[in-house]
Design a protein around this ligand. Structure first.
Ligand code: SF4
Ligand code: SF4
Length: 100
């Protein structure tokens, strides 16, 4: 994935994430990813690479601790196969002005 920020910076460089022990993202039906989703677009449209394909298990791995809540994935999955909810209880991303 090409990085849209300068100097190989990541969106993760600009935010703080309070990670819950429970994921706010899950794959509804992993078999759909394997059998019906040829290009697996979630592995490249997520700006912080939450999703990756694991060859050994033939499943999408979800590293929800990297999620900046941009809301691309619930709409970007062509098979509507991502269950996504806002983190609750004060968990999740904290945006701060000017990267402070
Ligand atoms: S885009 Fe959707 S269906 Fe395709 S691999 Fe990702 S989660 Fe699975
Ligand atoms: S909401 Fe955005 S950052 Fe979070 S997993 Fe989906 S695409 Fe990635």
């Amino acid at each position: 994935m090409s990085n849209f920020l300068k100097d190989n910076q990541s969106p993760l460089d600009y935010v703080t994430i309070k990670v819950d022990e429970n994921s706010h993202i899950s794959i509804k039906d992993p078999k759909k990813c394997l059998n019906k989703c040829e290009n697996k677009p979630c592995t490249y449209y997520c700006p912080t690479r939450v999703f990756s394909w694991e060859e050994q298990s033939n499943k999408i791995k979800v590293d929800y601790s990297r999620c900046i809540e941009c809301l691309a994935c619930p709409f970007g999955c062509p098979l509507n196969n991502i269950d996504w909810n806002f983190p609750q209880g004060g968990y999740g991303v904290v945006y701060q002005p000017n990267g402070q």
